[in-house]
Every structure is written in structure tokens, then in C-alpha cells.
Design a protein around this ligand. Structure first.
Ligand code: ADP
Length: 405
């Protein structure tokens, strides 16, 4: 293959997910394959599939051979290179959870940028170091490759100050304790899709519900984020698979003073054992809860849809009304019964669902006469990252051209 390619990397604690895009005529992007290497340091396992679902690689190694992110990245690049004619990708786009107060747009990475992004590790200790690890590895080994960091917080950086604050002393705000909001790449993608598929609401007041294993909602006013249910960390807002969502800070004080729990223990509890899993005692997966006739499974799902409706009221208040509602991500795209339950709780706002369109999973699922238009739009955060990376590549080349002239 001779075409330019873009590698998109999303690195977690023990896995690296990746996708490769090919740059076609007029800079159209075509997904070539997606894959992941998981079990780093334990049972490293690399797989990749093309868009037709055919397996391109399925390889395992002893844990000791692939026990760091750089080692895992070497395996990924070892697989990639022959696939793309022995070359390296023209640009690598990385998902980085936190851009802190400083970064409100995708940014070309340098040693200096990595240093600044490392300062935000305390703001996202579970994600930021993992996101930065492959960036550092590529900077060291292939410094000629252009790398672009795309932030989950960036799309929300234009929030008005009143939405950006906690009511705590000002010094904390100055050091970065703010309501950032996350899933920004997903919201940015949906905002753009809305212009194509739902132009009648794209410039209006839209609530987007990103309902995956992590879940949040965004108030989108004239295409820009003005409020989010997530705050300082990805723990706030909606209940999620294993995270509680909004929680009175007094509960944390209680866990510390009455239960003697350490910060680490509380962190483990809040990230891994709460949410749908904690409430139901059965599973964090909506499919399993729907299949169960245990009343606790029903309670967990009721709690989920109740909270989505409560936050819709909050986000509508932030925008002075609501013209549209969008469901996206794993649950939003695939669970008609959850969409139906949410919509029923929003009839007071003027949302009238078409049960038939909803059951079929159509793009528009509200009735013609509904005051609030309701859509199901699949998200594509990786494509958003690839597009940002391509923009950066083109501007970089234009900058180099100018310098030469
Ligand atoms: P993430 O990217 O945050 O890991 P996804 O957006 O892929 O999450 O969503 C994963 C979740 O979507 C699963 O935990 C599951 O609860 C839910 N999900 C996926 N498919 C369905 C389905 N057909 N019905 C109900 N829920 C589903």
C-alpha cells in the first residue's frame, strides 16, 4: 500500500486499542482495520480485524516478553509495517483523557507538551499515565513520526465559568480543580453528524446522552458544549457500569471516618464496584440486567433511566430549553428498551417517541409532531481522532512549506 495512513491509539492500563485509516482522494478517510493488544505483562494477545470482520492477526506471547506499553507498541508496529508497505504511519493520533485547563484543541506532541500533560496525571491517575506511555515510546524510538494528542476534555473547554466551578475556595480552581467534562471526542463527532443528519436541530439546544460502560451527557447549544454531567473526574454525573455517578461528598467522608477506608480502597470501590454492578449485585452489563428477573436488576435499570431524565432537566435548564435529544454509544445505540424508558420520562418536555422507529433502531425515533426531535446516532471517536490527526498533518506540512518559501 502506498497511500498515507493514520494510526489511532487508545492506550489503557493493560491494553492498547488501535485503528488504521487510509487517506484517500480529497483526504477521505477509509478504515483499514482495528485491533488491540491486551493482557500486557500477563497474557499478551494481539488481534486485528478488517472492516469485514476477518481476522488479520491473532498472536500471543509469554507475559515477560511483552510486559510494558513500549514492548506492546513494538508488537503492534511489527504487525502494522508489512500491512502498509514497510512504512510507518504518516501521523499517529492518540486519545488522551485530560488536557487540563490548558489544552482546548488537538495538539502536536513534543517533549515539552508531554511534560505539561504529565502535570495532569493527578487529575486522572488511572488514565493519563497510560495514555502518555505510547506517546513517550514513539517520541523516543520514532521521533520523526508526527504525533497528535486529542483530549476528552477539549470540547468542553468553552464552558461558561459558572459551569466550570465547584463552590470551593478559589485556590483549588486555580490549581485545576474544575468541572472539565469528558467524552468530548464523542460529542464533537455527534455535533458534526447532526449538521448532516438533523440540520433542523444542529444549531439549536440538544442534549446528547453518551451511554456506554462509561456514561455522561452534554448540553450542546448552537453546536457547542455548554454543560456536562461529568466534572473533575469521570466519576461524576450518571450512574455507569461500575461507577456510581453523582455522589454526596459526605459519603466519601463516611467511608473514611466510619469505615476506615484508605484513598486507594475508596478509589477501587468507586471505579470498580458501584453503578449498575453495585446496585444490582448482578452485572455491570445492561444486557444481563435486562435478561434477569431479579428485582435488583430492575431497580438498577430504573435508577439509570431515572437519572438520565433528571440530568436532562438540568441540561435543558442550562440551555433555556431543549429542541433535540440524541442517544449514542453501546447502550444508547443498542438498547431500545432503555431509550423507551428514558423517553417516557421526558414526555413532560414534549418528547414523543415513535415506538416502531425506536424498536427498529432508526435514525430518527421521535414522532413527527414531537416538540423534541429524538435521534440515535452511532458515535465514532476514532474517526474524530483520525480527522484531527490529518488536519494537524496538513497544517504541519503547510507550515514547513511556508518556512522553506
Ligand atoms: P465503552 O466504549 O465505554 O467500553 P461501549 O460504548 O462499547 O462502552 O458500551 C458498552 C456497553 O454497552 C456494555 O457494557 C453493555 O451494557 C451495552 N450494550 C452493548 N450492546 C447492547 C445491547 N444490545 N443491549 C443493551 N446494552 C448493550
Amino acid at each position: 500500500m502506498t497511500a498515507e495512513t493514520i494510526l489511532v491509539v487508545n492506550a489503557g492500563s493493560s491494553s492498547i486499542k488501535f485503528q488504521l485509516f487510509e487517506v484517500g482522494a480529497r483526504d477521505q478517510l477509509k478504515r483499514r482495520f482495528k485491533g488491540q493488544i491486551e493482557g500486557i505483562g500477563a497474557h499478551p494477545h494481539l488481534i486485528a480485524k478488517n472492516p469485514e470482520g476477518e481476522l488479520l492477526v491473532d498472536e500471543t506471547w509469554p507475559g515477560a516478553e511483552v510486559n510494558t506499553v513500549p514492548a506492546a507498541l513494538d508488537k503492534v508496529i511489527g504487525f502494522l509495517r508489512p500491512q502498509i508497505g514497510g512504512k510507518l504511519p504518516a501521523v499517529v493520533g492518540h486519545r488522551v483523557v485530560h488536557g487540563g485547563p490548558d489544552y482546548s484543541a488537538p495538539t502536536v506532541v513534543s517533549e515539552l507538551v508531554v511534560d505539561r500533560l504529565s502535570r495532569f496525571v493527578p487529575l486522572a491517575p488511572l488514565h493519563q499515565p497510560n495514555n502518555l506511555a505510547p506517546i513517550k515510546a514513539i517520541l523516543q524510538r520514532q521521533p520523526q513520526v508526527l504525533q497528535v494528542a486529542c483530549f476528552d476534555t477539549a470540547f468542553h473547554r468553552g464552558h461558561p465559568e459558572v459551569a466550570d466551578r465547584f463552590a470551593i475556595p478559589d485556590a483549588f480552581y486555580a490549581e485545576g480543580v474544575r468541572r472539565y467534562g469528558f467524552h468530548g471526542l464523542s460529542y464533537e463527532y455527534i455535533a458534526r453528524q447532526l449538521r448532516e443528519v438533523a440540520p433542523e436541530i444542529a444549531g439549536g439546544r440538544v442534549v446528547i446522552a453518551h451511554l456506554g460502560s462509561g456514561a455522561s451527557m452534554c448540553a450542546l447549544s448552537s453546536g457547542r458544549s455548554v454543560e456536562s454531567t461529568m466534572g473533575f473526574t469521570a466519576l461524576d454525573g450518571l450512574p455507569m457500569g461500575t461507577r456510581p455517578g453523582q455522589l454526596d461528598a459526605g459519603v466519601v467522608l463516611y467511608l473514611m471516618s466510619e469505615k476506615g477506608m484508605s484513598a486507594k480502597e475508596i478509589e477501587r470501590l468507586l471505579y470498580n464496584d458501584c453503578g449498575l454492578k453495585g446496585l444490582s449485585g448482578i452485572s455491570n452489563d445492561v444486557r444481563e440486567l435486562q435478561a434477569s428477573d431479579d428485582p435488583r436488576a430492575k431497580l438498577a435499570l430504573d435508577y439509570f433511566t431515572y437519572r438520565i431524565a433528571l440530568f436532562t432537566g438540568m441540561l435543558a435548564a442550562a440551555m433555556g430549553g431543549i429542541d433535540g435529544f440524541v442517544f449514542t454509544a453501546g447502550i444508547g445505540e443498542n438498547a431500545p428498551a432503555i431509550r423507551e424508558a428514558v423517553a417516557q420520562r421526558l414526555t413532560w418536555l414534549g418528547l414523543e417517541l415513535s415506538s416502531k422507529a425506536n424498536a427498529k433502531g432508526e435514525l430518527k425515533i421521535s414522532r413527527k409532531r414531537s416538540l423534541v426531535a429524538c435521534y440515535v446516532i452511532p458515535t465514532d471517536e476514532e474517526l474524530m481522532i483520525a480527522e484531527h490527526a490529518l488536519d494537524a498533518l496538513r497544517s504541519h506540512a503547510a507550515g514547513a512549506e511556508e518556512k522553506r518559501a
